[in-house]
Design a protein around this ligand. Structure first.
Ligand SMILES: Nc1nc2c(ncn2[C@@H]2O[C@H](COP(=O)(O)OP(=O)(O)OP(=O)(O)O)[C@@H](O)[C@H]2O)c(=O)[nH]1
Ligand SMILES: [Mg+2]
Length: 518
């Protein structure tokens, strides 16, 4: 039984006498674990131990409390139900004339209507024979079914994607399309996508506090492993959000770093990725640390947690220093190699562009190489150079490198300095644009922004629209005319001669197009 009629009446009576809401947290054996007194309008459930609260599990506690003004379950009640994963929440009307009706709600497994909870029709205390254990058991079974589904697919993380944006919706949607690609490249499954427009980004919660609550409930209901934000979170936002939710929180940069970490093959690549990751982590550890010292209370409080973090933080700084030194060395030795190449007198052509534009495919087609190409973001992380022979015994070095993406944080770019510096020696940049991507104009802009940031914008460029096979010839022709670019399909050898001619022209020069040969 949920609660005996007698106990409910007793609770309602004291509630009336004291003018306060009263509540009981009762476990499945029927034992009252907590008695809580609120004020006339609300009652606050204390922080519960995180027992039994794996995803899909209920907490094993029901909360029965009184309402003084004959109202049904409130929004706060239902939020408590969801956030604390209570077995049930019930409100007894405590009226002057005695106990009135009982209002009951319980959680629902994920459903097509997107409902979180079920509110049962109110019942009179006399009718109180709801067999709550049966209800809870069947509910847990349903929830467990879903968990089994999840277990099967355990190799892939289940993600909810979120965009909290201030600008126009279409921008947010475009950005989300890219985030989806990133998530796909990282190997996670997408459960749901959530957009929220705000006049301003909340400095702590990112979205509104109420919205965040709603959202957390949704995440629990879907059994997500990770929430991925399309925006980059400040350390404070990350901290506040993760304090409110038990699943992992990841932002755009972290996701990119994760993909980089999965792709890094060479020693150099690994060093650069690790440095970028640690630099990302450092300010976040710092805030976690302050939070912890607040918890352990004031000066001289040296909890083990704090000590551990402190040590970690010191180690982290040491590691960052070591890695930065390595990056310096790397950068120097790369510079020497480049100097040698330069002495050999071969012009260098670097293929650059947004990630997934087809850079590696083009290098392969031009030089008959087999650099890995994939329909994935950041398939390439390490630069590759090849010799490319032109007729008349002419030769160039052509290099392929890591792709660009919008909103790259400066630390990440800094960590990739050795790789990006390769571009400094280039005599010509082939800026590859995937014309079949609806966001290609943004891509050109992002690439140029990054080039400016790296002071590479003075190097001559050739704009190359790739994947022409995927769009109409009219579009390609118009775009090429407008941007003074050329178009190819890196997969089709027969489309490359125009490109080769244009490259020859740029490097060894026609009469009036500024030769680059010396
Ligand atoms: N239809 C079509 N697909 C292409 C063309 N060029 C490349 N692709 C495909 O686009 C995807 C990405 O190609 P990559 O060469 O790996 O792209 P990338 O620019 O090196 O990408 P990152 O290394 O990830 O930055 C692959 O699936 C290629 O097969 C093309 O001309 N037409
Ligand atoms: Mg590539």
């Amino acid at each position: 039984m949920l609660i005996s009629g007698e106990l409910a009446r007793y609770l309602a009576e004291i509630s009336q006498q004291t003018g306060r809401q009263l509540g009981l947290l009762i476990n499945r054996k029927g034992v009252v674990e907590y008695v809580i007194a609120g004020d006339a309008k609300k009652i606050i459930i204390p922080e519960l131990e995180r027992m039994r609260s794996g995803p899909g599990r209920l907490r094993g506690l029901r909360f029965v409390h009184t309402h003084l003004n004959g109202e049904g379950l409130t929004h706060d009640d239902l939020t408590d139900l969801a956030l604390l994963r209570l077995d049930l929440i019930a409100a007894v009307e405590a009226r002057l004339e005695g106990a009135g009706k009982l209002h009951i709600a319980h959680l629902l497994p994920d459903n097509t209507e997107g409902k979180t909870w079920e509110i049962l029709p109110p019942i009179w205390l006399q009718q109180l024979d709801l067999n709550f254990l049966d209800l809870v058991n069947s509910l847990e079974e349903e929830l467990a079914d879903r968990i089994t589904v999840k277990e099967v697919d355990r190799s892939r993380e289940r993600a909810i994607l979120v965009s909290v944006y201030t600008g126009p919706k279409y921008r947010a949607e475009d950005s989300m399309e890219e985030l989806k690609e990133l998530v796909r490249s990282s190997g996670a499954t997408i459960l749901d996508i959530v957009f929220q427009h705000r006049p301003q980004i909340h400095p702590r919660y990112l979205m509104g506090k109420g919205k965040l609550e709603e959202f957390i409930i949704r995440c629990m209901q879907l059994g997500a492993d990770v929430i991925i934000f399309d925006q980059n979170l400040t350390p404070v936002q990350e901290k506040t959000i993760s304090e409110n939710i038990e699943v992992k929180i990841v932002d755009r940069t972290q996701l990119i770093l994760d993909i980089f970490a999965q792709r890094a093959q060479s020693q150099d690549g690994k060093i650069q990725v690790e440095l970028a990751q640690l630099k990302y982590l450092l300010p976040r550890l710092a805030t976690k640390n302050t939070a912890m010292s607040r918890l352990t209370g004031g000066i001289g409080a040296r909890g083990p947690g704090e000590t551990k973090l402190e040590i970690n933080r010191r180690r982290l700084n040491d590691r960052i220093t070591t890695l930065e030194k390595k990056i310096d060395e790397l950068s120097k030795s790369r510079a020497q190699q480049r100097a040698k190449r330069k002495a050999a007198g071969l012009p260098i052509i670097s293929i650059i562009g947004y990630t997934n534009a087809g850079k590696s495919t083009l290098l392969n087609s031009l030089t008959e190489s087999e650099v890995v190409t994939r329909d994935q973001l950041f398939a390439t992380l390490d630069p590759t150079s090849r010799r490319l022979r032109f007729p008349e015994e002419r030769e160039v070095i052509i290099t392929d490198t890591v792709g660009f993406i919008k909103d790259l944080p400066p630390d990440l770019i800094a960590a990739f300095r050795p790789t990006l510096e390769e571009l400094k020696e280039a005599n010509l940049l082939l800026l590859i644009v995937d014309i079949s991507n609806p966001r290609w104009e943004d891509h050109i802009q992002s690439v140029n922004q990054i080039l400016t940031g790296l002071t590479l914008d003075h190097i001559p460029q050739l704009l190359v629209f790739n994947k022409q096979d995927k769009v109409s010839p009219e579009l390609t022709a118009n775009v090429c005319r407008q941007y003074q670019g050329i178009s190819i399909s890196a997969l089709q050898q027969e489309t490359l001669p125009t490109l080769v001619e244009a490259v020859k022209d740029k490097i060894w020069g026609g009469k009036d197009n500024g030769s680059l040969s010396d």
